[in-house]
Design a protein around this ligand. Structure first.
Ligand code: SF4
Length: 209
């Protein structure tokens, strides 16, 4: 894809979804972090269902430790890998209290040092909670970027680097949301909705129809 077309691509997505936000429900940076940890290999809808009750009472690291690992599992047992996720949530809550005065840090290195928090989770939290210009490449962004020719790469990290390189700075922070929502609802893995696609003419996917 040519440079000008890449800019046009992201401009059109921005016009289509002017104020994009995450579909995960949360009430502060801590509950956002927990929701993102829970969303690994799970849908936002399934996470929101489970956290609706959980976050009503347990929305700080101290409250989460009061709840405890076994009771936490009862809230999140409908989400895949809930045993490991519960363990990580309790461990990361302890670390937040011990190392960060109970606050979620706004630095990538500190976030990635927390149990169960990888590059993608840290990127989402930095973007959504702290307004940083990060792009967390999930399955949707990876597919859309490669398929359309917007930013090709063999790994999520390669795609992330390429997106930072090819997109104008002012679009980076929201590009994360635009690309996820576009991949979730239009450029879906199976049967992309090419007939309703605002970037049809710019897309280089051979299978578009
Ligand atoms: S034309 Fe089809 S494949 Fe290309 S970006 Fe649009 S929905 Fe995706």
């Amino acid at each position: 894809m040519k440079k000008g077309d890449r800019v046009e691509f992201i401009k059109r997505l921005s016009a289509d979804i002017p104020a994009p936000v995450t579909e995960l429900k949360y009430r502060n940076s801590y509950t956002l972090l927990i929701a993102v940890v829970l969303s690994a290999q799970a849908t936002d809808v399934s996470v929101n269902k489970a956290t609706k009750k959980l976050f009503r009472k347990y929305y700080t690291p101290v409250k989460m430790l009061d709840l405890g690992e076994e009771a936490l599992k009862q809230y999140i047992r409908t989400i895949g890998l809930y045993n490991t996720k519960a363990k990580n949530i309790i461990a990361l809550s302890k670390m937040l209290i011990e190392l960060h005065a109970g606050q979620v840090p706004d630095e990538r290195q500190a976030l990635e040092a927390l149990p169960g928090v990888g590059r993608k989770t840290a990127g989402v939290v930095l973007n959504e909670a702290f307004g940083k210009p990060t792009i967390a490449v999930d399955t949707h962004i990876y597919r859309v970027s490669n398929r359309t020719g917007l930013a090709k790469g063999k790994t999520p990290n390669e795609v992330e680097k390429k997106l930072h390189k090819v997109l104008p700075n002012e679009y980076i922070q929201n590009a994360h949301h635009w690309l996820i929502l576009f991949g979730r609802y239009v450029c879906t893995a199976r049967k992309p909705k090419c007939g309703n696609c605002v970037v049809f003419d710019l897309c280089s996917f051979k299978g578009k129809n």
